[in-house]
Design a protein around this ligand. Structure first.
Ligand SMILES: CC(C)(COP(=O)(O)OP(=O)(O)OC[C@H]1O[C@@H](n2cnc3c(N)ncnc32)[C@H](O)[C@@H]1OP(=O)(O)O)[C@@H](O)C(=O)NCCC(=O)NCCS
Length: 189
């Protein structure tokens, strides 16, 4: 399917999701390895519920949500994940960063590449001053991604979420525009 490209990366394109992408997005939200550490995905999404609750959020004015599509390799042309700035609070130059990838595409550096280009867009084109990320403490892959992107660990909210049968700490990260090194530096580091 041909979707309009919003951001071009080296191996990926970032595209606004369209109607035909709902099934991929819903499959991701329901995947046990994806929803494990994402509270909003904790209960099952039927197509009807996804369309009612999550699909409208993809297009909110305060949301930048982009589908990630590789341009070559086995997964070429197929969506593999989603990166978001949501909400974006334009008056404060603030956004919250979110990301998930389908496990079939983990470990290839795609999340790092897509996230670095989304942050570049946020800082350079939306003129953000700060981007935050909150990550459940056991989510080591996500913490590692934030650290590779240059996020600074700012604190721990102790036992502030319930996940997989236990209360877990939530690690709070922040990245200021003055600290952002750019996608090339991040991807080459
Ligand atoms: C968090 C998540 C997006 C990370 O995805 P990922 O596929 O593991 O991320 P990447 O492939 O970009 O990076 C993983 C590692 O592969 C490395 N890598 C492998 N091949 C690479 C390549 N060709 N280029 C660059 N890096 C590469 C990365 O450097 C990174 O190494 P590091 O962990 O030592 O820093 C994924 O685990 C996920 O979707 N989890 C479920 C949802 C979730 O928890 N989201 C976050 C909520 S806060």
């Amino acid at each position: 399917m041909s979707r309009p490209t919003f951001i071009e990366c080296d191996r990926l394109e970032l595209k606004p999701p369209e109607e035909d992408d709902i099934e991929f997005l819903r499959e991701g939200a329901n995947h046990p390895d994806v929803r494990r550490y994402i509270n909003v995905f904790r209960t099952p999404y039927t197509e009807e519920r996804y369309r009612d609750e999550l699909w409208p959020r993809e297009h909110d004015e305060d949301t930048v949500s982009l589908l990630v599509v590789p341009t070559d390799g086995d997964l070429s042309g197929e969506p593999i994940g989603s990166v978001q700035l949501a909400p974006v609070i334009y008056t404060d130059g603030y956004a919250n960063f979110g990301v998930w990838f389908h496990p079939k595409a983990w470990g290839e550096g795609y999340a790092l590449e897509a996230s670095a280009h989304l942050l570049e867009y946020g800082f350079k084109e939306l003129r953000l001053h700060r981007v935050s990320a909150t990550v459940m403490a056991p989510n080591e892959d996500s913490q590692s991604l934030c650290q590779r992107l240059g996020f600074v660990h700012e604190g721990t909210a102790r036992q502030s979420q319930f996940a997989n049968g236990e209360y877990v700490d939530v690690e709070r990260y922040g990245l200021l525009a003055s600290e952002w090194e750019g996608p090339n530096e991040v991807l080459e580091s």
